[in-house]
Every structure is written in structure tokens, then in C-alpha cells.
Design a protein around this ligand. Structure first.
Ligand code: DGL
Length: 274
């Protein structure tokens, strides 16, 4: 069983930032990554549609005999997790919201926490609820930053356009016009694409704000759960990574290479139907 792969799912290539953290944390594990590139973005779709797509993707990954399933998409985690957990039996299912909320609560001194995410994730309130469950005294302010997704995919994550858009989204929270308003000390990057814009985001919020994303904490959580269940792959060398997409092998390879920080060739990407 320990040789079985870990399934990782996202709406597209964004979850490769989470896969990168998982490989760094668990280099001996085998991974099957599925990006639902035919149907992205999830962030602008209704919760019902995202939940349906996410369940189909999770079921497809379960057919690969995965020992654990990581929902590496914030939008999918925010609406799909309970149903996926109910329907995919005997396989631990880990989303990115809870680990991200934990990281934020650990990093924040004042309890004043800002979250940026897709429209769907902000609307559903999953981060706000997860943070308040851990830290009931927290003040959480969440805002959508949808253009960051396109900037990251277009490779425009650095430079004047990225800086302007980061300022546009973040100034209302971090430099409020009301001088008496309190400013968050922590910012959660609640979308898989946003770590790609870390430089522009840092410039917009200033040096003192703690910026957290869920990739590393999710990887640590997967590691802990596998250990607890005795499912860690302890023998053998580096694990294998299998990449699946529902459309566009070339685009998955070219855009995904930046997210995974290693070259992906189109031949490596297998097309699947959900
Ligand atoms: N992966 C999505 C997320 O983390 C962002 C891209 C999309 O909207 O599908 O919310």
C-alpha cells in the first residue's frame, strides 16, 4: 500500500505549486496529479458546479489506487471537501483551506487576518470560517483577486502590471483611507496561483506583513497523516510523478513548468476524460 501514489487534484496547473511542496516534503512518494484544464477556471463558477467537477476528478484519481487524495485547489476545497470525503471511502482526503488557516493563525500576532482568493472561495467563506474555528477572536477580511490567476498563467507575475494590480487589490486592506482602521498583520494567499505573485504582493503590503500560503502546511499535514496511518513509502529512491490533464497538453506543459519550477514536456502529460 505504501507504494501507492498520492493523488493531487486542481482545476488546472495552479495546484502544481502544492505538488512542488509535496515533492519537497515527501521525495520518495509517487504522485498522480490531475489538472481539470478543460473546465477551468473553477473560481468563477457556482458552488454546485465546482462540487460536481471536483467529485468527478476525485473519483477519477481514486481509480489510480491512490492512498491519499490532496485537493490542491482552494475553490474546490472550499465547496467540495465534505462530499468527496463522504464518497471516496477509505482514502484520507486533505484540502488546502484548513492547513492555510492554521498557518495564518500561527503567524498572526494581532488576529487581524486578510485573505485573498478567487471569487468563489471568498463568497463561500470557507477560509473565514476555518480561521474563526481555530481562533474565535480573529478579525478576518477576505477579498477576491481574480486577475492574479491570469497574470500568473500569462507569466506576468513580475513587473509594472503585476505591481499595479497588486496595489489595486491590496491597498484598500493594507492602506485604508480611514486612518483609524486597523491593518491586518497577516495575509493568506488563498489561491494556488498567488504564490507566483509573491514579489508584487510583498511590495504592495510592505515588509512587516506575514504572508502565508497553504502549500507547505498542506504538505506537512499530508506527511503527518501518512505517518500516522503507516502509509509512508520508506523504501526505494525518488518517487515518480504522473501528470494528467483534461485538455491542452502543450499549454499544461508550458505554463505548468513555471508553477512546478521544472521543465515539463507535452509528452509527459496524459490526456484523460472525466
Ligand atoms: N486553483 C484555483 C484555486 O486555488 C484557482 C484557479 C481557478 O479559478 O480555477 O482556487
Amino acid at each position: 500500500m505504501s507504494k501507492a501514489p498520492i493523488g493531487v487534484f486542481d482545476s488546472g496547473v495552479g495546484g502544481l505549486t502544492v505538488l512542488r511542496a509535496l515533492i519537497a516534503q515527501l521525495p520518495r512518494e509517487h504522485f498522480v496529479y490531475l489538472g481539470d484544464t478543460a473546465r477551468l477556471p473553477y473560481g468563477t463558477k457556482s458552488p454546485q458546479t465546482v462540487a460536481r467537477y471536483s467529485l468527478q476528478a476525485a473519483e477519477a484519481l481514486a481509480d489510480y489506487g491512490v492512498k491519499c487524495l490532496v485537493i490542491a485547489c482552494n475553490t474546490a476545497s472550499s465547496v467540495g471537501l465534505p462530499t468527496i470525503r463522504e464518497r471516496i471511502e477509505n482514502v484520507p482526503v486533505i484540502g488546502v483551506i484548513e492547513p492555510g488557516a492554521q498557518a495564518a493563525c500561527g503567524a498572526s500576532r494581532t488576529g487581524n487576518i486578510a485573505v485573498i482568493a478567487t471569487e468563489g472561495t471568498v463568497r463561500g467563506g470557507a477560509y473565514q470560517q476555518a480561521i474563526l474555528r481555530i481562533r474565535p477572536d480573529a478579525r478576518v477580511n477576505a477579498a477576491p483577486a481574480p486577475l492574479f490567476v491570469a497574470l500568473a498563467e500569462e507569466g506576468l507575475h513580475e513587473g509594472p502590471i503585476a505591481n499595479d494590480i497588486a496595489t489595486h487589490y491590496l491597498r484598500p486592506m493594507f492602506s485604508p483611507s480611514d486612518a483609524g482602521a486597523s491593518v491586518p498583520d497577516t495575509l493568506v494567499l488563498g489561491c494556488t496561483h498567488f504564490p507566483m505573485l509573491a514579489g508584487a504582493i510583498r511590495r504592495a503590503v510592505g515588509a512587516k506583513v506575514q504572508i502565508v500560503d497553504s502549500a507547505a502546511t498542506t504538505a506537512a499535514s499530508v506527511d503527518a497523516q501518512l505517518r500516522e496511518a503507516g502509509l509512508t513509502r520508506t523504501e526505494g529512491g525518488e518517487g515518480l510523478v504522473r501528470l494528467l490533464a483534461t485538455d491542452g497538453r502543450e499549454r499544461f506543459a508550458s505554463v505548468g513548468s513555471r508553477f512546478l519550477e521544472r521543465a515539463i514536456t507535452p509528452d509527459e502529460v496524459e490526456l484523460v476524460d472525466l
